[in-house]
Design a protein around this ligand. Structure first.
Ligand code: F6P
Length: 498
């Protein structure tokens, strides 16, 4: 199955959507709800522990049908099959895209199983105190040194699952800001710390600068031989890692068919695995796998990532909304938006299509956001009454983890209130004070899980991963390369040389 290339603007569906947009652009969602009492049911999908309610979007059944037609005309099914079959769909780097293989226990490659076993052994030894530092002390602190996908994914997951965490202190160093490095070094004792250098390329300037500084600091108090007990690496570049001084048994491999921003499921997640234990790490993979099978098999009309992506295309390309906000109602997810920004914007911030021509339409929406209810006291004013519209994904959980009902009721009341207020505004109500007027008709999705667990977090991340892929397919761009970050890197090197 060849990876297709279709300019979306040449499809029948695109033209029909343009026409349809003119017809419904002024329709108010309050009226759409009044006309159709089944609307919420009609525009909701449930998959095990998650429900996507997309009824508060500026769509009708006809919009949905036309968007599904667009997906078909852009040959989405063929694209999905091409990705899962291991075709080199990342053409500009001549690579397959198979992060889904990292969580498919039924069809797992031997090399992946082997790495998982190695992660299990390593994390168990660290957690149980069998792995000791050079002076015989048990490990209490783990420091992940990496940037971009080698930081954002594991950092987000470790923090999101801190309820499930053990006694280890996990730190993340990404920025080349030396003050941050020193600040972390101040907090740890080298005798009971393990450093995980995570870099697919093992050449990334920031990571190498941070790793070198930390090695020098280490060698002021310990010897070269002690490196074995304190430094491990996760990389696809074994040679460079060995050159740095990492013992070959301490190197966890990565593969070129796993992109950096999709790599938290691999040994890049080693810090997470240490934090929550291997069993929980496996639950994370299983949750993602559940969504993978749903994405591969569910009809597009009930396919969560496909629907999320099509709605995003509808707003980006027809309404000309440039941004999307993501607001998780869980403080545990405070790094989720940071993670998503790389996953989404590094993937779909492209302007050359898959035939090598400049695109003539919008791609890559700007993703931003923060946790609720904090967001309500920061930027929600603009969303409710400002002149710009940003569709919102509200992410919530039915149960709290510590079972504090009072707080959870408050949190979830706000979760529901925000999406309803954005949708209804003060439409058709008499508002005496002009400053209390709200147009409403502001779109949002609500993504509701039963509870935040490793499994449901795996589901959530995979939903967005596939959404990003579908957007890229429709926009006819290559989502899995990132040439756009190279120019700045080169210029920084030139400036350094001066
Ligand atoms: O930001 C560019 C990038 O190549 C990302 O795609 C990647 O996640 C990050 O740098 C880190 O790369 P590496 O893991 O090779 O150090």
């Amino acid at each position: 199955m060849a990876f297709p290339s279709v300019n979306p603007t040449t499809t029948e569906a695109w033209k029909k959507l343009q026409h349809h947009f003119e017809e419904i652009k002024h329709e108010h969602m309050v009226d759409l709800f009044a006309e159709n009492l089944d609307r919420e049911k009609q525009f909701s999908v449930t998959l095990e522990e998650v429900q996507l309610d997309y009824s508060k979007n500026r769509i009708t059944q006809q919009t949905k049908d036309l968007l599904l037609q667009l997906a078909e005309e852009c040959k989405l099914q063929e694209a999905i099959e091409a990705q899962f079959s291991g075709e080199k769909i990342n053409k500009t780097e001549d690579r397959a895209v198979l992060h889904t293989k990292l969580r498919d226990f039924g069809e797992m490659k031997y090399s992946v199983k082997k790495v998982l076993r190695k992660m299990k052994r390593f994390s168990n030894h660290i957690i149980k105190g069998k792995w000791t530092g050079f002076s015989g002390k048990k490990i209490t602190d783990v420091v992940n040194i990496g940037i971009g996908g080698s930081d954002l994914g594991p950092k987000m997951v470790t923090n999101a699952l801190s309820y499930y965490k053990n006694h280890l202190n996990i730190h993340y160093i990404s920025n080349v800001d030396g003050d941050h490095v020193q600040d972390i070094l101040k907090k740890i004792n080298l005798e009971n710390t393990v450093f995980i250098i995570v870099s697919k390329s093992f050449t990334t300037q920031e990571t190498m600068a941070n790793a070198n500084t930390i090695r020098q600091w280490f060698l002021q108090k310990a010897t070269q031989l002690d490196i074995e007990r304190h430094f491990v690496a996760v990389t696809a570049n074994k040679k460079e890692a060995e050159g740095f001084g990492i013992y070959s048994e301490n190197i966890f491999p990565m593969w070129d068919w796993v992109g950096g921003r999709f790599s938290l499921w691999s040994a890049v997640g080693l810090s997470t695995c240490c934090a929550i234990g291997y069993k929980n790490f496996e639950f994370l993979l299983q949750g993602a796998y559940k969504v993978d099978t749903h994405f591969k098999n569910a009809p597009f009309s009930e396919n969560i990532p496909v629907l999320m992506a099509l709605l995003s295309v509808w707003y980006a390309n027809f309404f000309d909304f440039e941004t999307e906000a993501v607001i998780p109602y869980s403080q545990y997810l405070h790094y989720f938006v940071d993670y998503l920004q790389q996953a989404s914007m590094e993937s779909n911030g492209k302007s050359t299509d898959r035939t090598g021509n400049p695109v003539t339409y919008q791609t890559g929406t700007i993703v931003w956001g923060s946790t609720g209810t904090n967001a309500q006291h920061a930027f929600m004013q603009l969303l409710h009454q400002g002149t710009k519209i940003a569709p919102v994904d509200f992410i919530g959980f039915n149960q709290s983890l510590f079972n504090n009902k009072l707080h959870h009721n408050l949190l979830m009341a706000n979760f529901y209130a925000q999406s309803t207020a954005l949708m209804k505004g003060t439409y058709k109500t008499d508002v005496a004070n002009k400053y209390n007027f709200f147009t409403g008709n502001k779109p949002s999705n609500t993504i509701l899980f039963k509870k935040l667990t490793p499994y449901t977090l795996g589901m959530l991340i995979a939903m967005y991963e596939h959404k990003i892929f579908v957007q890229g397919v429709i926009w006819n761009i290559f989502s899995y390369d990132q040439w756009g970050v190279e120019l700045g890197k080169k210029m920084a090197k030139t400036i350094l040389r001066k």
